[in-house]
Design a protein around this ligand. Structure first.
Ligand SMILES: [Zn+2]
Length: 156
């Protein structure tokens, strides 16, 4: 007769209640002990669990988030070659109210652009600008004769 012995199930539920109790009174140290005891008892009474399924493959961030295509505006800006500023000048021009002074920059390629910010981040006057007109000319040259490959001219 082993009626006085606790059943396996009652041992497990006792240990489970103790885990909950220890957690509620913030006794993490005891909670861990009771959890270990519960796991040991469960393995003895219920048998070991089958192995975990293999972990899914680890994805690299590049695979998870494919690189977005370069925006058109960026491609267009990068296509503009950087040219040295050779001169700055102002010109009076007529507008709706009278005359207004506009600032221009002449680039080494001969193109004239409206003056941008005169000062770069370092506080020094900008020495170079990207030339949109050179990019336009290069794109126009490329289109009619796609078979002929020419090395891009560095300066005009
Ligand atoms: Zn140019």
């Amino acid at each position: 007769m082993d009626d006085h012995l606790p059943s396996g199930q009652s041992v497990l539920s006792y240990l489970e209640r103790m885990v909950t109790y220890c957690r509620m009174v913030h006794r993490g140290d005891l909670e861990r002990d009771y959890r270990d005891a519960w796991e040991t008892a469960a393995r003895q009474l219920l048998g070991p669990l089958p192995n975990r399924p293999p972990a899914p493959a680890v994805y690299t961030p590049a695979e998870m988030a494919p690189k977005p295509p370069t925006p058109k505006w960026r491609t267009e800006i990068l296509a503009q070659p950087v040219r040295r500023i050779v001169a700055r000048f102002s010109q009076q021009e007529k507008d709706g109210h009278g005359y207004t002074t506009l600032d221009y920059e002449r680039l080494e390629c001969g193109h004239i652009i409206a003056a941008g910010f005169n000062y770069s981040e370092s506080g020094q006057p900008a020495k170079r600008r990207r030339c949109a007109q050179c990019a336009k000319e290069a794109a126009a040259k490329k289109q009619p004769q796609p078979a002929v490959k020419k090395t891009k001219a560095v300066s005009a």
